[in-house]
Design a protein around this ligand. Structure first.
Ligand code: TYD
Ligand code: MG
Length: 452
C-alpha cells in the first residue's frame, strides 16, 4: 500500500502548505490551516483522453472562427435571463445560497420542467424526500433520474449508463473522489471533485449545475479557486422569512453579471416574478406618514421599492438607529446630513428604517427616498402615494445625479406615478415625459415640494 500522504490546506483560501502554520501566508487568516490526507495519483476519474501532449499553436485573433454558444433553455425565464439566454453546453454553473433559501427547489424545478434527460444527483436527501418535493412542485418529467450518491466514480458510472443531457449535483460539498482520502467537504475534495466534473462537462458538452453551501459570512464554502474554476457563479439570496428571492450572477463567462432574477417562494415552489415593482410596493388605501417610493436599479433592472421609516422620541439615553435591508452606516450619514445641512433635529430621536419585501438595496439612488420617508415620519405627514424618488445625497446635502435615470423615469411612468424627484444635474435626452420630473439641487428644495 502506498504511504499515506498529507498536506496542509487553508480552509479559507485553499492555499497548500507542506507544514502547519498559525497564519495563512496567502490570505492572512489565523487558525485556518488544517491537515488533509491526499493521495496524489496522476489518473483522473473521467475517461483519460489524449496521452501525448501536443503543444498548441498561437492563432491570430482575427482568424479565430466565431462560434455561437449552443444554449439549452431552462424553461425558466428568470434563470435564462441571469444565465444570459440559457445553459451553455459544457458549462459548469455553481449555485450558492444560504440553507433553506430554495436552491434544491430551484434546480429540481428546472430538472422537471426542462423536458430533457436529467440526472439529479443528491448527496443530501433521500430519493423519497426528493420525490416528496417533486410532488409539491406538481411537475413531472419522464426523463428525470434521481441518484443518491456521493462518490464521483460511481456518479460517472451512472452517467455513462444513462447519458444524461444535464447533470445536477446537490451539493458539491457532499462529494468525494477515490483519489483523495480526506473527508467530503474538505478543500482538497471539493477542488478535486469539481475538477473531475468540469473535465466531464467539457469533454461531453453536458451542462452541469452544482449546488454549493455558503459559509457564515456569505461566501461559497470551499476554496476561492472553486469560483475561478467554474464558468458561472450564481447567488440565490433573500430573507428566509419573506417570500422574495433574488438570483444574481456573480460571475458569468457567457453573459452579463448585471442581470437579476426575482422569484417568490410559494407552497408549490418558486414562482417567477415578471413585474417586481408592482409587488414590492405595498398596497394601501389611506395615506400613511413615513413611507416613500424609490426608483432603484438592481443591475440593469429597474425596481420600485418602498422605504418605510419610523421616527420617535428616544426613550433611552442613546437613540436607536436600526435598519432592515439598508446599511446602518449610510443611515447615520444621512441623519448627520439632515441635522447639519437642513437643520432637522433628529439627534434625540429613534430612527427605524425598513425596505419592504425583505430585499437588500445598495443602489445609492435610494438616498432621497430614505430621507423623505424619515422626514415624513418626523413631521407625521404623508407623501402622496404617486410620488417617487431617485437621487443620491452627498455629504454637503447636495442632491447628486444617478446612473440610467431615464430608465427609472420610464419605469415610474409605466407604473402610473405622477411625480419623480431627481437631481438637477442629471442630463435627460428628452423632457416630454407624462410623469412630472421635479429637478432638485438641495435637500431643502425637496421638502418644499413634498407635502402638498
Ligand atoms: P430548499 O430548496 O430545500 O432549500 P436549500 O436547498 O437552499 O437548502 O428549500 C427549503 C425551503 O423552501 C423550505 O423551508 C420549505 C420551502 N418550500 C416552500 O415554501 N415551497 C415549496 O414548494 C418547497 C418545495 C419548499
Ligand atoms: Mg438543499
Amino acid at each position: 500500500m502506498a504511504k499515506t500522504k498529507t498536506s496542509f490546506f487553508c480552509q479559507n483560501c485553499g492555499a497548500q502548505y507542506a507544514k502547519w502554520l498559525g497564519q495563512c501566508k496567502s490570505c492572512n487568516e489565523w487558525n485556518t490551516i488544517v491537515e488533509e490526507i491526499i493521495q496524489k495519483e496522476e489518473k483522473r476519474a473521467w475517461k483519460q483522453t489524449s496521452k501525448i501532449k501536443k503543444a498548441n499553436k498561437a492563432v491570430k485573433i482575427n482568424e479565430i472562427a466565431t462560434v455561437k454558444e449552443d444554449r439549452v433553455s431552462t424553461k425558466n425565464n428568470e434563470l435564462n435571463r441571469v444565465l444570459g439566454g440559457g445553459l451553455v453546453k459544457g458549462s459548469v454553473v455553481l449555485l450558492g445560497g444560504e440553507p433553506g433559501i430554495g436552491k434544491s427547489t430551484l434546480v429540481l424545478q428546472i430538472a422537471l420542467s426542462i423536458q430533457k434527460k436529467v440526472l439529479y444527483v443528491s448527496g443530501e436527501e433521500s430519493q423519497a424526500q426528493i420525490k416528496m418535493r417533486a410532488e409539491r412542485l406538481k411537475k413531472t418529467n419522464e426523463n428525470c433520474f434521481v441518484l443518491t450518491e456521493t462518490n464521483t466514480q460511481n456518479i460517472f458510472r451512472t452517467i455513462e449508463e444513462f447519458t444524461p443531457e444535464i447533470v445536477v449535483i446537490d451539493s458539491i460539498q457532499t462529494l468525494h473522489t477515490d483519489y483523495i482520502e480526506s473527508a467530503a467537504g474538505s478543500i482538497s475534495q471539493i477542488r478535486e471533485t469539481t475538477a473531475e466534473l468540469i473535465k466531464f462537462a467539457k469533454e461531453t458538452a453536458t451542462p452541469v449545475i452544482l449546488i454549493g453551501h455558503i459559509t457564515k459570512d456569505g461566501n461559497i464554502a470551499g476554496p476561492k479557486i472553486l469560483e475561478h474554476m467554474v464558468d458561472v457563479v450564481l447567488q440565490f439570496e433573500g430573507d428566509r422569512n419573506h417570500v422574495y428571492r433574488i438570483l444574481r450572477a456573480q460571475k458569468n463567462r457567457y453573459g452579463s453579471t448585471s442581470e437579476l432574477g426575482i422569484y417568490e417562494m410559494l407552497n408549490n415552489g418558486l414562482n417567477e416574478i415578471i413585474n417586481p415593482s408592482e409587488i414590492l410596493i405595498s398596497q394601501k388605501d389611506t395615506d400613511i406618514s413615513g413611507t416613500a417610493i424609490a426608483a432603484t436599479l438592481e443591475g440593469v433592472r429597474p425596481l420600485m421599492i418602498e422605504v418605510q421609516a419610523l421616527v420617535s422620541t428616544a426613550v433611552y439615553g442613546t437613540p436607536q438607529r436600526s435598519t432592515t435591508g439598508y446599511d446602518t452606516k449610510r443611515l447615520n450619514m444621512l441623519l448627520a446630513v439632515l441635522e447639519k445641512r437642513a437643520g432637522f433635529r433628529l439627534g434625540a430621536k429613534d430612527v427605524f428604517l425598513n425596505i419592504t419585501g425583505g430585499i437588500k438595496v445598495d443602489d445609492p439612488a435610494i438616498d432621497l427616498a430614505v430621507i423623505s420617508a424619515i422626514l415624513a415620519s418626523n413631521e407625521d405627514e404623508a407623501i402622496a402615494q404617486d410620488f417617487c424618488f431617485a437621487a443620491e445625497i452627498g455629504l454637503t446635502g447636495e442632491i447628486r445625479p444617478v446612473r440610467k435615470v431615464e430608465q427609472r423615469i420610464l419605469e415610474a411612468e409605466k407604473l402610473g406615478f405622477s411625480k419623480i424627484f431627481i437631481s438637477k444635474f442629471n442630463k435627460l435626452s428628452k423632457d416630454n415625459f407624462t410623469i412630472k420630473v421635479v429637478k432638485v439641487t438641495k435637500v431643502e428644495d425637496v421638502f418644499s415640494n413634498l407635502f402638498v
